[in-house]
Design a protein around this ligand. Sequence first.
Ligand SMILES: Cc1cc2nc3c(=O)[nH]c(=O)nc-3n(C[C@H](O)[C@H](O)[C@H](O)COP(=O)(O)OP(=O)(O)OC[C@H]3O[C@@H](n4cnc5c(N)ncnc54)[C@H](O)[C@@H]3O)c2cc1C
Length: 291
Amino acid sequence: MNFKVISPRTIKELLGVITSQQGAQFRFGAGYSDLLLELKKQPIEDLTVINLAYLTDTQINSIEVLGDGIKIGVQVTANTLTSDVNIRTQYPVLHEAASQLASRQIRQVATVGGNLCTASPAGDLGCALVALKAQCEILSAQGTIRTISLEDFFTGVRKTVLQSDELLYSVFVPSNDEGKEICSHFIKIGTRNAMEIAIVSLAYHFQLSDDKITSAGAAIGSVAPVIKFVGEACEFLKGKSFSNVSPKTASEFAAKVGSYASPISDIRASDWYRSEVLYNISKSIFEKSLE
Ligand SMILES: Cc1cc2nc3c(=O)[nH]c(=O)nc-3n(C[C@H](O)[C@H](O)[C@H](O)COP(=O)(O)OP(=O)(O)OC[C@H]3O[C@@H](n4cnc5c(N)ncnc54)[C@H](O)[C@@H]3O)c2cc1C
C-alpha cells in the first residue's frame, strides 16, 4: 500500500492542506483503526492521507465543559472518554459505550471523530451520542462551521453528510437539567465480551424527577442502515413513573423501539434474532420495576 501523508500542526495549516487537495484523492487519518483496514481491502491509487494526529489545537484534542453542555474534540480517544469523571457521572451511557469499544489497545487510538465518520450502524460512540441528542460541528476548508444533529449526520451505511472539503470538528452534548436523577446505560449484545462489534445495541439516557421520567433519549445500533434515535418511544415514556412501569407499558415501549428497526441477516446474526433481542433488551430497561 503506497500513500503520501501530510501532517498539519494547526487547524489553520489543515484548512490550507484541505484546499490544496481538492480534486485529488485524499482521506483524513485519525487513529487509523478503521482506515488502514479499509485501505488494505480497497487500496486507492495516488492517495494522500491528511493526518489529524499531530494537530495541537486544544479544541480538537480536549473535552471542554461549557455552561450548557460539553464539547468533545474529534481527536479525543475512546480511552480519554472512559477516564473523564464528568462523562462517567453525567453521561454514563457514553462512558459505558467507550468502555465497551473494542479492546484497551484500540481504545488508546480510536478517536470520536473516526468512530462517527466511519458511520458504521454498529458504532458504539455514535449510538450513545445519538441517545444524548448530540450536535456536531462540521468545519469547511473555508473555515466556516455548520452545526447539525448527530442523528442527521449519518445518511447510510458508511455514509455521512460530510462534503469533500469538510471534516468533523467537535461534538456538543447538552447538559442534564438541574437537579435531575439520571438513569443512563449502554446495552451491547454480541457473541463474546471483548473485541466484539455489536449485533444489537441500545443506548438510553433518562432524566427523572421524583421517579417521573422528565426527559428521555434512546438510540439503537446494528438494526438499521444507520443508528436511529427512537423518538416516539422516548415521547411515550415522558411523565411515567420509572420504578412502576407495568409489563404492558414496558412491552409497548419495546414495540415502539422495534418499529424503528429494519435489521438484516448477516454472518453474525439473523434479522429475526436481532429483532427479538432488541425487543427483550428494550423491555429489560424496566426489569427491576417489573420484578
Ligand atoms: C479489531 C477491531 C475491533 C473494533 N471494535 C469496535 C467496537 O467494538 N465498537 C466500535 O464502535 N468500533 C469498533 N472498531 C472500529 C474502530 O476502532 C472505531 O470506529 C474507531 O473509533 C475509529 O477511529 P479512528 O480514530 O481509528 O479512525 P480512522 O481509522 O483514522 O478513521 C476512520 C474514518 O473516519 C474518517 N475520519 C476520521 N476523523 C475524521 C474527521 N475528524 N473528519 C472527517 N473524517 C474523519 C477517516 O477518513 C476514515 O474514513 C473496531 C476496529 C477494530 C480494528
